[in-house]
Design a protein around this ligand. Structure first.
Ligand SMILES: *[C@@H]1O[C@H](CO)[C@@H](O)[C@H](O)[C@H]1NC(C)=O
Ligand SMILES: *[C@@H]1O[C@H](CO)[C@@H](O)[C@H](O)[C@H]1NC(C)=O
Ligand SMILES: *[C@@H]1O[C@H](CO)[C@@H](O)[C@H](O)[C@H]1NC(C)=O
Ligand SMILES: *[C@@H]1O[C@H](CO)[C@@H](O)[C@H](O)[C@H]1NC(C)=O
Length: 438
């Protein structure tokens, strides 16, 4: 199937769904929602298609980035890993904007009337739109990213924005915040758009894949992995497989980098593993070969007790979540890699129960051997930690859209927790504002 036919199919399904949900929305609104929706109504802001669907048409326009047309399919989950796979997809994490949009459409508490909503969702594919600034013709006008959207929000039905000065609005930006936080004053531009630096958007909540050290607007969400179960049995059978997996290696690292001789944590890991192949496995993911090929790394992750999660170009990495899905205990080398990022999904105070922390300086400068630290952890403790990791799996996975009622009722997934967190945050903001007025 070529990319244009994928896009046409996708457009068709999305339009169909938009239509259906509009009618669901009105019926829910009329029945009043019972009470279980109190405090958690979401209104989906209607945006012109140039802010979302039209952008998908440019999926092959940025060859120096990549052609992401194949990963749009299945509402952003990407193609299945193979024809008979039920839960595994070649998911590109940057497609979270589409995945999230599709899930919002089936959110049970959608409000047609924005004045009754607790939060306003902007279905803007901000990360995809940013490509023209990051890699395309608009590289020299990166301060303009978002101005068109802001103009629309202030001119079309402006009362929706002004009711709370934008404080109740939120959107997904499926890249690291670093890609959106270039200071407006930087000339010539270095990297990134200035979306998160624009005063126009200071009040909006942005859900990103990685937040800055001192975030103001944003909250990081788990990177989507390739696992998207659609019913409880599939989730449980995977958890059982991960629980029973024979973990013959102490530790593993799946990733690229660290091959040059300059001292850094990835280099130290590679050196240590090259000398200790009995306890350590390296899956070489250089040149992005693992990106859409979960088979390459999921099996090795099932074989290892610990998965090493060193920072790369940025502190966080998708593999943290792949490893968790495999029941592989994460080993972090800096707090920014997860602990200070994903608080809505993995409580900061619980890190000691499901992960190991070894400061990267200890390894790179002081020569601490990672394998020795990990071998020092008693077997019973390792088993307990693995169970805690498995407890996290439902919370950090994005289940498939249209999944079974049983799965929806039994677990809160990454999307559910993201929405809860967003609504909580917006409420705190608005309450805080009220207090200031009083
Ligand atoms: C998957 O199914 C499609 C269409 O049914 C077929 O063209 C393709 O060859 C199949 N791929 C594999 C790997 O079996
Ligand atoms: C951006 O500006 C730089 C420096 O002025 C220039 O060399 C480059 O061609 C410009 N790029 C585009 C796409 O306009
Ligand atoms: C953001 O909120 C403050 C009040 O909390 C308001 O004064 C300001 O105008 C708002 N910004 C925008 C762009 O609406
Ligand atoms: C790896 O082995 C080589 C050769 O035996 C040795 O020189 C080197 O110090 C070892 N490196 C580490 C990190 O143990």
């Amino acid at each position: 199937m070529d990319s244009s036919s994928i896009i046409i199919r996708l457009l068709f399904f999305l339009l169909l769904l938009l239509h259906q949900t509009q009618s669901d929305q009105s019926s829910q609104y009329q029945t009043g929602g019972g009470g279980e929706c109190d405090g958690r109504w979401i209104h989906i802001r209607k945006l012109p298609s140039r802010f979302n669907l039209d952008l998908l048409g440019g999926c092959s326009d940025y060859p120096i980035y990549k052609n992401f047309c194949p990963y749009i399919s299945n509402h952003g989950l990407g193609p299945k890993t193979h024809n008979r796979s039920h839960s595994w997809y070649r998911t590109d994490p940057h497609m979270l904007e589409l995945i999230f949009h599709r899930r919002v459409l089936e959110y049970p508490c959608l409000a047609v009337d924005p004045t009754r909503a607790d939060a306003i969702y902007l279905p803007y594919y901000a990360g995809i739109d940013s490509l023209r600034f990051l890699y395309g013709p608009d590289v020299n006008s990166s301060a303009e990213h978002g101005l068109d959207l802001h103009h629309f929000l202030r001119s079309d039905a402006p009362q929706i924005w002004s009711r709370n000065n934008g404080h109740d609005h939120f959107l997904v930006m499926a890249r690291a915040s670093w890609d959106f936080s270039q200071p407006l004053s930087w000339d010539p531009p270095v990297w990134g758009t200035s979306f998160l630096e624009l005063p126009e958007f200071y009040n909006v909540t942005a859900l990103t894949l990685e937040s800055r050290a001192w975030p103001w607007q944003e909250q990081a969400l788990p990177y989507p992995t390739s696992f998207h179960p659609a019913n409880l049995a599939r989730l449980q059978s995977w958890l059982e497989r991960a629980r029973r997996a024979r973990r013959t290696k102490l530790m593993m690292f799946a990733g690229g980098g660290g091959v040059s001789s300059s001292p850094n944590i990835r280099h130290s890991i590679r050196t240590e593993c090259a000398n200790a192949t009995d306890v350590c496995e390296v899956v070489d993911c250089s040149k992005g070969v693992c990106e859409h090929d979960p088979i390459r790394y999921m099996r090795p992750m099932l074989r290892a007790s610990f998965c090493l999660q060193p920072p790369g170009d940025t502190p966080t990495r998708r593999a943290t979540f792949d490893g968790i899905v495999a029941g592989c205990i994460p080993v972090f080398f800096e707090e920014m890699s997860a602990k200070s990022q994903f608080g809505w999904h993995m409580a900061e105070e619980e890190y000691r129960e499901f992960s190991v922390f070894i400061a990267k300086e200890e390894v790179v400068i002081k020569g601490v051997r990672i394998a020795e630290v990990l071998m020092g952890i008693p077997a019973a403790e390792v088993r307990r930690m693995k169970e805690r990791v498995l407890d996290l799996v439902p919370k950090v996975t994005y289940r498939r859209h249209d999944s079974s009622v049983g799965l929806r009722r039994s677990t809160k997934d990454a999307f559910d927790l993201a929405v809860e967190g967003t609504i909580r945050r917006i409420k705190e903001r608005l309450d805080g504002q009220l207090q200031q007025l009083i």
